[in-house]
Write a protein that binds this ligand. Structure first.
Ligand SMILES: [Zn+2]
Length: 138
């Protein structure tokens, strides 16, 4: 029980640090996502909250995750237009994405190097370079 209270306090302090008022929804979702590095989709967050007996609308989950992403407390990993995961590890890294299981696994940025990036279109610069390696089960 103490761990839960401690986690709640930690999450609320982190939210404030990122300029977010620790509302009940933000605190609950933060406790689920920010306790350790993990990847969850909005649907997974919604499902887990329902399993814990909380009533929360999907819109609130989406809005909360968007707010988290906008302030940089989580980063977004978009696999395809219908699948976005929220990642509580916000330092640069890459991912394996298993298309059979839907699981995302971190790849340390030092474990992968990218060579021969083609010439960028005029008047552009690299903003970010994150690679998703799609894998399937054998
Ligand atoms: Zn990740």
């Amino acid at each position: 029980m103490e761990d839960v209270i401690e986690l709640k306090t930690k999450v609320q302090e982190k939210l404030k640090l990122y300029g977010l008022r620790p509302t009940r929804a933000r605190t609950r979702i933060g406790m689920m996502l920010l306790d350790k590095p993990k990847h969850l989709s909005a649907d997974q967050v919604h499902e887990k909250l329902k399993q814990k007996g909380y009533t929360i609308s999907k819109a609130t989950v989406y809005n909360t995750l968007n707010a988290f992403s906008e302030c940089g407390i989580v980063s977004e990993v978009t696999i395809d237009p219908s699948r976005t995961y929220y990642d509580s590890r916000t330092t640069p890294h890459h991912h394996f994405f298993n298309i059979d299981t839907g699981q995302l696994v971190d790849i340390a940025s030092d474990d992968m190097s990218v060579e021969n990036i083609p010439r960028l279109p005029d008047n552009t610069q690299i903003q970010d370079l994150e690679i998703v390696v799609k894998i399937s089960n054998k």
